[in-house]
Each structure stands twice: as structure tokens, then as C-alpha cells.
Design a protein around this ligand. Structure first.
Ligand SMILES: [Cu+2]
Length: 136
């Protein structure tokens, strides 16, 4: 190997190392995040949401007590105390107290401190909020 070929090989080896180092945080999934869901408007619908970053997107699993369903559920910007009424990401309806949704292209890190998960009373009474949890 002449010196320029050696240099090229060295550069390639360094570049490969750099790529691996840079790729690590992308592929290394963050820890799941638990969100406490509080009842609103006397619904008794307390529970929890679990957020997980996966290769396919953010998996949101919600369990709610006393949720008959189907109840629309979303990620909204803001907090439960001050919620942007326009849904940012739709989640699957809560049915029999449970909803599991994969939301592509979003991570826990992008939601923390900026979004909340909420459930609405029914498909015909969207205006009434029955449960909410801040992603914090
Ligand atoms: Cu909503």
C-alpha cells in the first residue's frame, strides 16, 4: 500500500467510525415514558399512557378505567391546563378502556413538555374532555 492509498484507507476507516458513532443515538431508543392520565369533568377515567420510541414510530398505549368507548383520543399541543383544541396527532379510539397507536415520524423527545394526551367523551360529544395527561 502506498502512502496515498493508506491515507485513503485511513480516511475511510475514520469515516466509518464516525458514521457508527453518529448512528448510535438514532438507533438507540430512548426509555419508555409513562404519562399519568387524570379524569376530567367527573368521568372517573383515570389511567396511564406508555410512550415508546420504535423503528416504526412512537407507540402510544393507553389504559383508562371507566372508559366505555369508543372515545376519540389525540395528542394535542399544550398542557391539560391549557390545551390547543386542534388535535396534533390522532390516536385510535379508546375501546374497552384501551387504545394502542403507532404514530410515525415522531419521538418522545419531540413531545416532552409540549404535548398532552387527551380523551373525548364520545364520537358525538367531542367537546367534552374526559381524561388528560401531560407528556412531561
Ligand atoms: Cu383530542
Amino acid at each position: 500500500m502506498n502512502s496515498s492509498a493508506f491515507s485513503a484507507a485511513l480516511v475511510a476507516a475514520i469515516a466509518a467510525t464516525a458514521l457508527v458513532a453518529e448512528a448510535a443515538p438514532m438507533t438507540m431508543m430512548t426509555k419508555p415514558l409513562a404519562v399519568t392520565m387524570a379524569a376530567q369533568n367527573g368521568s372517573g377515567e383515570t389511567g396511564a399512557a406508555m410512550l415508546r420510541d420504535t423503528a416504526r414510530g412512537l407507540v402510544v398505549t393507553v389504559h383508562l378505567k371507566n372508559a366505555k368507548g369508543p372515545q376519540p383520543m389525540h395528542l394535542h399541543k399544550g398542557t391539560c391546563a391549557k390545551l390547543d383544541p386542534k388535535p396534533a396527532y390522532a390516536l385510535h379510539n379508546v375501546v374497552n378502556g384501551m387504545s394502542v397507536t403507532t404514530v410515525p415520524g415522531v419521538t418522545i423527545g419531540e413531545l416532552r413538555g409540549k404535548f398532552a394526551i387527551n380523551a373525548h367523551k364520545s364520537t358525538t360529544d367531542i367537546a367534552t374532555y374526559v381524561s388528560c395527561g401531560d407528556v412531561k
